[in-house]
Each structure stands twice: as structure tokens, then as C-alpha cells.
Ligand binder design. Structure first.
Ligand code: HXC
Length: 536
């Protein structure tokens, strides 16, 4: 059923015949105001916005929310500034549309910068409106979605614009881990304007119309003499592949809103609620025999971990996050027997699934998000280890890699792990092993849980024996085979209880469903503290 509360002028009740002239005038005034509010910066600026291939703030909100559910607040607010011609124009709403509504029947708060009014620049009033929407979201315990399209801090308002951003950043920080926060980038986003999105949980960038940077190409040219275009500097592809600032890059505004709606379907409205279960559409006992032969016999031959994920979770339910950033790791949301779960894995197809700085950040951030919002974690571990090299060491692989251990150790949600192949050294420990208190750890028969791979181990342990042997190659091969037989398997770990069971790969789905069912009401708490000191 359509919800009441449309803000269109047509939603204003018809004037009844018995109304006096004074009553009619009151109603006409409301209608006039509503018309002005709807017109934003006027027809010409709306046309310019459309000519750039962009929707207006109101069109965006209407596309994002369930039809007719948007309830606007503060549409009458105007600025109080006079400098640089500001006194000449006081547009209603002041370049920001804020309010609340529903997405797939669930409540959300939303705001959208209106580029048709002073370039959507963020001033005192915009700050007050966003602050109110965020306060309402926190009080109601519902997600907040920001639609960003702005020239940044409103220059004419000076420190009042900066204060407005500061209030927004403060609220973003306090709301972090309490309600989901999603930023959709639909236009320019420069300077301090990038920090609110950066403080939110997910950033969705729309290709060709959005960009994000601290300083634009002109400033960069002056300061560092580098010449770069806007798209290369801070376009959707740059931030979704290179910097990791954006979690999703979409082809169109419509796709951005679809992404937000789908994302919300996995998330609870706030941190006190369980993640929303969906209707069960897939057989919990579905066992795909193709999984049994997916991992090649040769440990150096890659395979696609995405295939594992697609086959284990409810069909079609996997929504990858950060899909193009640090592709040696995979993170995303999926459903298992209808229950939302966070999926983390290595990708042997890309850099053999090694853990580098970007993969560490990607995994740690996602694990913490899932833990904050009661989303159980399921980890598919297959990594040869941390990335060696001077560049990685000097950029702090130690500090960044530590984030993964920290995030998993601290997570109190149900944690299930499947070691599919390489569980070598530090990578084995950090990827939600029993040793950092995963609840249940399973291994496939192809799992190799050891300090390192057979080749490397034999090189270190038996260098002298191999070089002094009459047939070094044969001796080497014999030792590698012996090492593999002894160490490159899951059974030593299983014999010590570090692996709870060795599964035939096809059994993974029903076994994870059963484990998740057991742990549904898991109780776990951390030592009392103000907050930990995560290695950032
Ligand atoms: C006031 C602004 C504005 C701003 C744009 N406008 N940005 N007004 N403050 N920050 C106005 C323009 O004057 C113009 O008004 C209208 O918005 C549309 O802008 P155009 O330039 O015509 O649009 P376009 O060609 O599409 O270019 C968009 C743009 C450009 C790339 C965003 O406007 C721009 O570079 N703006 C400045 C970006 C910036 O440096 N912002 C400050 C960042 S520093 P008229 O009336 O002429 O149509 C910052 C510090 C915050 O944000 C720190 C917080 C901690």
C-alpha cells in the first residue's frame, strides 16, 4: 500500500467550497511555498543540471525512496548571510533537501545537496538541516543516506560553513557503529566535503558525474607540478580501484540507488537489531559436487574463490563490496538460509591471494562493520602469507596487517572459517583461525595448514642435504613430497582441535547453515574499556 505524505503540491487537499476567503488565502500560501520549494534553483538551473546528465536533489530522493514516502523537513529554512551578494537571494531550503522516508518498506533518513541552489554549497543552514536529519536517524535508530552533489564549503559564509562541516563530521563519528551510514556521490566533492563520506560506512560513486579529492588539479599543479585530470585524480574508477575510498562504482544514478537499496536489505536498521532475514529461497541441503574438484591438485594453480562463494551461499545473494579494490581479497554480503552474513576470503586468482596493505585495510574495515551491525562473519581462508617487499614493509604492512588480527579478535559476532587451501604462517592465524577465537573452523581436504609451503620449507630446512646429494633435483622432490605428506594437510590441525572438522567441499553449505543456527544467539563480551587502540 502506498504510504501517505507526498510532498508534491498536488498532495495538498483541495480547498472545500465552504472555505472563507481568509482560509483560502492561507491554503494558497502553502501551495505557493510548496511550488517554490519544488522549483529549487529555478528552471534554468534544473535544465543545466539535466544537461550535465544529472538528476535534481528531489528527483534523486524520489528515485531512491519507496514511492510517495518522502517526508521533507526544514524546507522553509533560509540563510542569514549578507556578504558577497548573499542578501539578494534567500532560496527556500538553502540548497539542501532533508527528511525521511522508506526503502523497501523500512524507515531511513535522507538528505540531498541541491546543486541548483548556489552549487549545493554547504553552509550554516545545510549543516543545521543535516544535523537534524542525523539526530532524528539516531533517535529513531534508522540508517541515514547522504546524496552528495556540492561545490563544498559555501565560500561566502566563511567560518559558518566550516562549522557546519565540523558538526556533520562529529555526528558521522558518533553515529558510526550505531546506525548504517551510506554516502552516494553524484557530483563534485572537494576539500572538506570528502570527509563526511569518508566517515560513513559505504561510499557509492557514480561514474562520469562524481569525483572526490582534497585539492583539485589546479592546486596540485601549483604545489607539486603534477598535471592530472579530474577523473584520473578522483573519479569513481580511481576511488573504487586504486584508493579504496569508494566501495562501489556505478554506471548511472539509477544504479547507485539500486545499490543502496540492495545494500540496505542486508543491514539492520541499527546496532541493537539483528540483520534482517530474507525469505528462504534456496535449498539448505543443496550440495554442489563441483566444489569437490574446484581446488586444483597443484597448489600453485589458482582457482576462483568467487565460484566457491556463489555455490555455498543462497543463490544470487552475494553482493560484493570493494569489488575492484585489492582484488587479492574478497569481501561482501550474502545470505545463508536467508540470514545476512559477511563474507571474507582470499582470491587465489589475483596475486595468489597474498595479503598486502590494501587487502588488510579492506578486510579489517569490513570485519569491523559486520561486527558493529550484528552480521555473522564467514571467512574462506587461502593465502600464502603477507606480501613481501621493501615497498610494503616501508608503507607499514606490519601496522596494516595487524588490523586484520585486531578486527577478527575483537569481533563478537558468530565467526565461522573454512580453510580451502593455503593456511600458511601469519596469514593462517589472522584469517579468523581458532587461535584468535573463531567459533568453528572447517577445512577442506586440500587445506595446507603449515608455517609455510612445502617448497619454501624444504629450501630452508634441507639446503645442505639437497646440494650435497648426488641427484639434488630428485632429493628435493622427495623431501617436498615428504613435507607435503606430513604438513601440507588439515589433519595435524584437526588432530589438535584447531580445525573442528574436515569437510568434503560440497558439504560446506549445509554445515555452515547448521553452525550459524547454533550460534544465532551467541553471547560474548569484551573486557570493559573506553575503546581499544587499534593499529591505524
Ligand atoms: C559558494 C559556490 C561554491 C561554493 C560553487 N558555487 N561552489 N558558491 N560556495 N563553494 C556556485 C557557483 O558560484 C555557481 O553560482 C554555482 O554554484 C554553480 O557552480 P559552477 O561553477 O557554475 O558549476 P560547475 O561549472 O559545474 O562547477 C562545479 C564546481 C565549481 C567544480 C563544484 O563550482 C567549483 O570548483 N567550486 C568550488 C569548489 C571548492 O573549491 N569548494 C571549496 C572546497 S574547500 P552561479 O550563481 O554563478 O551560478 C572546503 C573546505 C571545507 O570545502 C573544510 C571543512 C573541514
Amino acid at each position: 500500500m502506498m504510504e501517505p505524505g507526498m510532498n508534491e503540491p498536488s498532495a495538498t487537499p483541495e480547498t472545500v467550497d465552504t472555505a472563507t476567503e481568509a482560509q483560502k488565502a492561507l491554503i494558497e500560501r502553502v501551495r505557493d511555498y510548496r511550488k517554490q520549494i519544488q522549483e529549487g534553483g529555478g528552471k534554468d538551473r534544473i535544465d543545466t543540471q539535466h544537461a550535465k546528465g544529472k538528476l535534481t536533489a528531489r528527483e534523486r530522493i524520489n528515485q531512491l525512496l519507496d514511492e510517495g514516502t518522502f517526508q521533507e523537513i526544514d524546507a522553509y529554512m533560509t540563510h542569514r548571510h549578507t556578504d558577497f551578494g548573499m542578501h539578494k537571494s534567500k532560496p527556500l531550503g538553502d540548497g539542501l533537501v532533508a527528511g525521511f522516508g522508506k526503502v523497501n518498506g523500512r524507515r531511513v533518513c535522507v538528505y540531498a545537496q541541491d546543486f541548483t541552489i548556489l552549487g549545493g554549497s554547504f553552509g550554516e543552514v545545510a549543516g543545521q538541516k543535516v544535523a537534524k536529519a542525523m539526530d532524528l536517524a539516531m533517535q529513531a535508530g534508522v540508517p541515514v543516506i547522504g546524496l552528495n552533489d556540492s561545490g563544498g564549503a559555501r565560500i561566502q559564509e566563511g567560518v559558518f560553513s566550516l562549522a557546519a562541516y565540523g558538526e556533520l563530521f562529529y555526528r558521522n563519528t558518533l553515529a558510526s557503529g550505531v546506525i548504517p551510514q551510506i554516502s552516494v556521490m553524484l557530483g563534485p566533492c572537494a576539500g572538506g566535503a570528502v570527509y563526511s563520506p569518508a566517515l560513513t560506512d559505504f561510499v557509492v560513486m557514480t561514474k562520469s558525474i562524481s569525483n572526490m579529492f582534497i585539492t583539485g588539479p589546479e592546486v596540485i599543479k601549483t604545489v607539486t607540478q603534477e598535471v592530472v585530470d579530474v577523473e584520473t585524480l578522483g573519479g569513481a574508477m580511481t576511488h573504487s580501484t586504486v584508493s579504496g575510498v569508494a566501495h562501489f562504482a556505478t554506471e548511472s544514478e539509477e544504479e547507485s540507488f539500486d545499490t543502496v537499496r540492495r545494500l540496505l536489505s542486508y543491514l539492520p536498521s541499527n546496532n541493537t537489531e539483528p540483520a534482517p532475514a530474507a525469505e528462504v529461497t534456496d535449498d539448505p541441503w543443496r550440495m554442489d559436487p563441483e566444489l569437490n574438484t574446484l581446488v586444483p591438485a597443484d597448489p600453485s594453480t589458482p582457482y576462483d574463490m568467487r565460484v566457491v562463494i556463489e555455490k555455498v551461499f543462497d543463490l544470487g545473494s552475494f553482493m560484493e563490496v570493494h569489488a575492484n579494490f585489492a582484488q587479492n581479497a574478497i569481501v561482501g554480503l550474502a545470505r545463508l538460509h536467508g540470514q545476512p552474513v559477511g563474507v571474507v576470503g582470499q582470491q587465489p586468482l589475483y596475486m595468489s591471494g597474498v595479503i598486502d596493505i590494501d587487502a588488510s585495510d579492506k578486510i579489517a574495515r569490513f570485519v569491523r562493520f559486520c561486527d558493529a551491525f550484528n552480521i555473522p562473519l564467514i571467512t574462506f581462508s587461502d593465502s600464502p602469507g603477507f606480501m613481501p617487499g621493501v615497498a610494503q614493509e616501508h608503507s607499514g604492512i606490519i601496522r596494516h596487517g595487524a588490523k586484520i588480527v585486531y578486527a577478527y579478535s575483537e569481533a563478537t559476532v558468530p565467526k565461522l572459517t573454512v580453510v580451502t587451501r593455503k593456511g600458511y604462517g601469519g596469514a593462517y592465524i589472522v584469517m579468523s583461525s581458532k587461535h584468535i577465537h573463531a567459533d568453528l573452523v572447517y577445512a577442506w581436504p586440500t587445506a595446507e595448514i603449515a608455517v609455510m609451503g612445502a617448497d619454501g620449507a624444504v629450501n630452508i630446512l634441507f639446503r645442505k642435504e639437497i646440494s650435497s646429494n648426488a641427484d639434488p633435483a630428485a632429493e628435493r622432490a622427495r623431501l617436498v613430497a615428504e613435507f607435503r605428506d606430513k604438513f601440507s594437510n588439515p589433519y595435524r590441525a584437526a588432530a589438535s582441535g584447531f580445525v573442528d572438522d574436515v569437510l568434503l567441499p560440497e558439504e560446506t553449505r549445509p554445515r555452515l547453515i547448521a553452525a550459524l543456527e547454533l550460534l544465532r544467539d551467541k553471547q560474548n563480551s569484551l573486557p570493559a574499556k573506553k575503546h581499544g587502540c587499534m593499529p591505524l
